[in-house]
Design a protein around this ligand. Structure first.
Ligand SMILES: Nc1ncnc2c1ncn2[C@@H]1O[C@H](COP(=O)(O)OP(=O)(O)O)[C@@H](O)[C@H]1O
Ligand SMILES: [Mg+2]
Length: 325
């Protein structure tokens, strides 16, 4: 059973000639990080807002864990879904701790439990609690505000998280470090995440799978590598940035491209690489003499294998040939 499923979902606005979201069908597995990618106005935000019922579909059905969301109480539904937006939506007159405690307070958690949860979440998003608990949003940088936004979304321990261009308003360096933190966080939490962006690099970095949208329609849904390797049409190819394969490999994590470790695999001094490193780094090791396969490690545990063949299928054949020459 899929964690989130859209079945033939359409959304029309009265002032629009075409549908904002047009007959979208999509299944997201539990624990997957799925990125909705496409140009401005293609319907990403509208699709997302139908999941927590900020918008109701004109037709079609959305299921969470197999349940039609119309059968759920709206408040209860929203408490199961963390929501992070670009303008954070932090309450300016409330401290960081009070902001993060919004959902626990709604759920009437005991004060002590809420306090512990706030500190735990601040630590999780890399803001030392003692220093940040009592600050107000205006006393934080843009990147720190987004971290608090993420912490607040996680407070009630929701199974699902919706993120709408959460890092869109911060500078490029802060954005990259927030993305790295998001990857680390997801490793720990394994939430089911729908993440909206119009930034291709961000999508390649973060996604287990990418949904490419155009004019309200889903044009492709696949892993970052398969999309680069087999773009569904000229639009997707153009969107993904044409043939700059070196740049693209530098954005994709090893764990997305590796093969599962065969059950009978004998670990025997193979060169290793961490699963969170990128494919460009992997390529630089694989091009050294004698390195036929890399053993992929998660922390210290072997989890997969990556060969030059995997990369070759990953990258478009001709570009890799040019690279290796
Ligand atoms: N509340 C609304 N009322 C009318 N039109 C809307 C509303 N929300 C979005 N739209 C329109 O729906 C289309 C898709 O918008 P949106 O989902 O925000 O796109 P994206 O997030 O991909 O930039 C756009 O043409 C937008 O103008
Ligand atoms: Mg949007």
């Amino acid at each position: 059973m899929s964690a989130i499923r859209f079945e033939n979902v359409t959304k029309e606005f009265s002032n629009m000639a075409r549908s904002a979201v047009d007959h979208c069908t999509l299944a997201v597995d539990k624990g997957q990080f799925v990125v909705l990618l496409g140009p401005s106005g293609c319907g990403k935000t509208t699709l997302l807002k139908m999941v927590n019922r900020l918008y109701e579909p004109s037709s079609g059905t959305i299921y969470l864990d197999g349940v039609d969301i119309r059968q759920l109480n709206v408040n209860k539904l929203r408490r199961q879904i963390g929501y992070v937006i670009q303008q954070t939506g932090l309450f300016p007159h409330m401290t960081v701790a009070q902001n993060i405690a919004t959902v626990p307070n709604l759920l009437r958690w005991p004060k002590q439990q809420t306090g512990q949860r706030v500190d735990e979440l601040l630590a999780l998003v890399d803001l030392p609690p003692a220093e940040y608990r009592t600050r107000y949003p205006a006393q934080l940088s843009g990147g720190q505000q987004q971290r608090v936004g993420v912490a607040r979304a996680l407070a009630g321990n929701p199974e699902f998280i919706l993120m709408d261009e959460p890092f869109g308003a911060v500078d490029a360096i802060t954005r990259t470090s927030l993305q790295d933190e998001m990857i680390t966080l997801q490793k720990k939490l394994r939430k089911t995440i729908l993440f909206v962006t119009h930034d291709v690099d961000e999508a390649l970095r973060l996604a287990d799978r990418i949904v490419i949208m155009r004019n309200g329609k889903i044009v492709q849904y696949d892993t970052p590598l398969n999309i680069l390797n087999h773009p569904a049409d000229a639009f997707v190819k153009e969107l993904m940035g044409g043939g700059d394969i070196v740049r693209q490999l530098g954005l994709i994590r090893v764990e997305v491209a590796m093969q599962k470790l065969p059950a009978d695999f004998h670990v025997d001094g193979q060169p290793t690489i961490n699963c969170e490193q990128d494919l460009r780094h992997a390529l630089s090791i694989l091009l050294q003499p004698g390195a036929t396969a890399l053993l992929v490690l998660d922390q210290q545990t072997p989890v997969g294998l990556l060969t030059l063949d995997d990369l070759r299928t990953a990258a478009r054949a001709q570009s890799t040939a040019a690279l290796a020459a």
